[in-house]
Design a binder for this molecule. Structure first.
Ligand code: ADP
Length: 851
């Protein structure tokens, strides 16, 4: 046993009063000093003193210094630790204070307090580490057994720790080199103990007593550690470091003086290295990581690059290099999931099932990327989620709307301040597996900018030939994306860059008919909303006729998102009523609805929401469920937003209804024309694109050349329609830019109405491109347009003859409600658009001229 570590402390010691922690001989602690007496002690003793003796102070535990130096001293703890002040650091923020670093030397007891101000000084008696003790006054044999037992436990404890951590290795060596009687104090200060326990150890002046008291603490720590390791092992994580036992203080018996924080950090780096080595990253990535960790070890942690490199390495460890979920694909189950989650969408579901079936037969399909194209709220995203569910894969949505920087996809290089990985790698980190379903939402809204073209970056991601070695700029090593299932969604294919479109198989998801919407609402949206609002069908009842009312009067959309929102608003309102324990009393003047069944009949018979008024005078609804009828609807949602305005607007000549396709679905569009005296100018308003303007010119030219034939005249009776006449064409409805050739027939009809003074039939809508010779050419988006016309309650639709094949895609019940006129030339269009046809008055004249 090493002897000769005897210390002699002065017989008078200035006292530092502490209460937050207990300093034991042989250990070091940092303590903050801000009370008047303690500050005074630091100032006059430690900062002014010159000799080594002047830096020895008595640290009294468990005694707080009064906040004012006028106050009396409290009772001092009987035993203190003589300590060497190793470091004093002063600071003025947030208030003046010193931070002391003190190292415990030995125990002492206070014999007499000599003075209290400006700081307490006492006559003391040293209690241990005196000459006679260290010279073996107390026979070793007496303590032999106890100290041997203690030593064994201490060794057992230290060996349970990770010996590759330098601090632990050092501790192990210390156990052998230090005198045994110093061990209880030192170990108590480094294992997890309370201040109270430390105080007891400090008070245990007799060595035997100290050994006896410390052994149970050691055993407790060992048991705790064992338990921790057991749970860790089950998680395959052998991180022993955080077991709460590690040298948290500097131990001064001459040998340990390293900075504690640095060691701690070093531990982390070692752990990180271990994680890197045990992770399943690719060889190339491992090489890069090991190189980086080598650099990290040499780097002072104050360097900004230190944090950067650490973040990088932590991301590399977290990435799912080899972690994947197991596909559980069963086509029959997939069909059920898709059917359960979504009503209608037959074509889409069929194609998705085909896609999944091929995947089942041929694993690792390098097939096309599915791209769902359709208006908002038709369920594109939610089908993507269902696909992930059927495959048992993780789902992650990457919103691409407005992304204009390619580093959003591919990450920033690490040299860049604030650099980070792109969305793909980030997504992988989030889901934690390498085979999720990624939904690339809104690929049509990618934008280009000076920061490069994100679409080009996406190309690399989506190309099965390239994506097995996708290199994110931040990672700078290849990551295999070939297991990821990509699905894209878009509102229109028009703005998807052609190269990207080429990689994808477009599946059109058209809007819903009113009937489909009602079904979707009752099967999916209402139950979902009820659940979200904590309501039950016993509390609220929304009859189908009300749903139809919401669809026709409060929403005008191809999808069901606004409908969902409105239902949410209703549920909120009802939730308040239910919570209040009452619901709206029936108004005496209002018509009440009887039962849901009744209402349904009304819908199917009349198809009109107004029919509900006929059911007046039925019995008042019972207290619960709260029945949502039209009055309730009006109360909750306000007055209807859309009225059946069609017939009103077609009450004068010069108005016709066209059908337009927008990325939000089909729409009906009123085209208005007026004429006035002028010089033959054509004015077009309503945010039109170039193609549309051309259509207007074409229409006028055709009408001018056929004016005689149809007896069309201007205000002064001339067949030259533009003679002394200006024409103004307007396309109302919103600030949306409209373009495309399909308004041609509508413009012709509208102008024909203007010049003939006849009204266009109020239930006819039309679409079709025209030529100068009066032919009607096919156009796109027929299905969406027909649905829009159906939504608006129109009955007859004029479409180009060559679009006849598109009608097959339209649901039978919609087709049954409508009459289609297939027009090959403008004459047929005009005949269908006007009641009683648009007679060619001068046919014989025309023939005459030929003769
Ligand atoms: P999109 O991605 O096409 O804009 P979402 O997938 O976000 O639309 O759908 C909006 C909401 O409408 C979702 O809550 C979805 O569940 C619901 N929804 C849309 N179509 C259907 C359907 N056919 N059956 C059931 N719910 C649907």
């Amino acid at each position: 046993m090493a002897a000769g570590s005897a210390i002699q402390i002065p017989s008078r010691l200035p006292l530092l009063l502490t209460h937050e922690s207990v300093l034991l001989p042989g250990s070091t602690m940092r303590t903050s000093v801000d009370s008047p007496r303690n500050m005074q002690l630091v100032r006059s003793r430690l900062l002014k003193g010159t000799s080594l003796r002047s830096t020895i102070i008595g640290v009294i535990p468990n005694t707080s210094d009064p906040t004012s130096d006028c106050d009396d001293l409290p009772n001092l703890h009987r035993i203190g630790t003589a300590a060497l002040a190793v470091q004093v650091v002063g600071s003025n923020w947030p208030k003046p204070h010193y931070t002391l670093l003190v190292t415990g030397l030995c125990r002492f007891q206070i014999l007499q307090l000599l003075k209290e101000k400006p700081y307490p000084v006492a006559e003391v008696q040293q209690l241990d580490r005196l000459e006679q003790f260290t010279n073996g006054h107390k026979s070793e044999e007496e303590l032999g057994e106890l100290s041997e037992q203690f030593y064994k436990y201490a060794v057992q404890l230290v060996e349970m720790l990770d010996m590759s951590v330098p601090a632990v290795a050092k501790l192990r060596r210390l156990l052998d080199n230090l005198p045994r009687e110093a061990l209880p104090d030192i170990l108590t200060s480094i294992i997890r103990t309370t201040n109270q326990e430390k105080l007891q150890i400090l008070d245990a002046v007799r060595l035997e007593e100290r050994f006896k008291m410390t052994i149970p603490l050691l055993v407790r720590q060992i048991e705790g550690l064992k338990l921790l390791q057991k749970t860790r092992k089950s998680k395959q994580d052998d991180d022993k470091r955080a077991a709460g036992i590690r040298p948290s203080r500097r131990i001064t018996h001459g040998s340990i003086t390293e900075d504690e924080e640095e060691e701690e950090d070093h531990d982390d780096v070692v752990m990180l290295e271990k994680k890197i080595r045990t992770s399943s990253m690719s060889e190339q990535a491992l090489k890069v990581c090991l190189k980086e960790i080598k650099r990290l070890k040499k780097m002072p942690q104050s360097m900004p690059e230190y944090a950067l490199t650490r973040n990088y390495l932590e991301l590399m460890v977290e990435l799912p290099w080899n972690k994947s979920t197991k596909d559980r694909l069963e086509i029959r189950a997939a069909r059920i999931v898709l059917d359960n989650d979504h009503y209608a969408m037959e074509k889409l579901k069929k194609r998705v099932l085909e896609y999944l079936a091929v995947r089942q037969l041929k694993n690792n399909l390098k097939g096309p990327i599915l791209c769902f194209v359709g208006p908002p709220g038709v369920g594109k995203t939610s089908v993507g989620r269902s696909i992930a569910k059927t495959l048992g894969r993780e789902f992650h949505r990457i919103a691409l709307g407005g992304v204009c920087d390619q580093s959003d996809i591919r990450g920033h290089r690490r040299t860049y301040v604030g650099s980070m990985p792109g969305r793909i790698i980030n997504g992988l980190k989030t889901v934690g597996v390498n085979n999720p379903v990624f939904l690339l939402d809104e690929v049509d809204k990618l934008a280009k900018s000076l920061q490069g073209d994100p679409a080009a970056a996406l190309l690399e991601v989506l190309d099965p030939e390239q994506n097995h070695s996708f290199t994110d700029h931040y990672l700078n090593v290849a990551f295999d994306l070939s297991q990821v299932l990509f699905i894209a969604t878009a509102n229109t294919t028009a703005t998807i860059p052609p190269a990207l479109l080429d990689r994808m198989e477009v599946i059109q998801v058209p809007g819903y008919t009113q009937e489909e919407k009602i079904e979707i609402a009752h099967r999916h949206l209402i139950p979902k909303q009820l659940e979200q609002h904590g309501l039950t069908p016993q509390q609220i009842q929304i009859p189908q006729v009300t749903t139809l009312g919401i669809i026709t009067r409060y929403t005008r959309e191809a999808g069901v998102r606004a409908l969902d929102r409105k239902l949410g608003a209703i549920c909120r309102a009802v939730a308040v009523k239910v919570a209040e324990g009452q619901h709206k009393e029936a108004k005496p003047d209002r018509a009440e609805v009887g039962e849901g069944e009744d209402c349904k009949e009304h819908v199917t018979e009349d198809g009109k929401a107004e029919s509900i008024n006929d059911t007046a005078d039925l019995a008042l609804p019972p207290e619960m469920p709260i029945l949502i009828d039209f009055h309730a609807l009006k109360d909750i949602l306000g007055p209807p937003m859309y009225d059946m305005e069609v017939s009103e607007r077609l009450s004068q000549p010069g108005v016709a209804i066209g059908l337009a396709w927008t990325p939000l679905g089909g729409e009906i569009m009123f085209v208005e024309a007026s004429r006035m005296d002028g010089e033959g100018q054509l004015t077009l308003t309503g945010q039109l694109g170039d193609v549309m303007k051309e259509s207007a010119h074409l229409a006028i030219s055709w009408l001018r050349s056929n004016a005689k034939r149809y007896q069309l005249t201007n205000a002064s009776g001339s067949f030259d329609l533009l003679d002394n006449t200006d024409i103004h064409l307007h396309f109302p409805a919103g600030a949306v830019t409209k373009d495309g050739p399909s308004a041609g027939v509508t413009i012709v009809t509208c102008l024909a109405s203007l010049f003939s003074g006849r009204l266009v039939c109020s239930d006819v809508a039309m679409t079709g491109e025209i030529t100068l010779r009066g032919l009607v050419l096919p156009v796109g988006g027929i299905k969406d347009k027909v649905l829009a016309a159906h939504r608006a309650g129109l009955k007859r639709i004029i479409i180009p003859q060559r679009n006849e094949k598109d009608l097959e895609e339209i649901a039978v019940h919609v087709r049954q409600d409508l009459t289609f006129v297939l027009a090959g030339c403008l004459e047929e269009v005009l005949n269908a658009a006007f009641d009683g046809g648009f007679a060619v008055k001068a046919r014989h004249e025309h023939l005459n001229s030929k003769l």
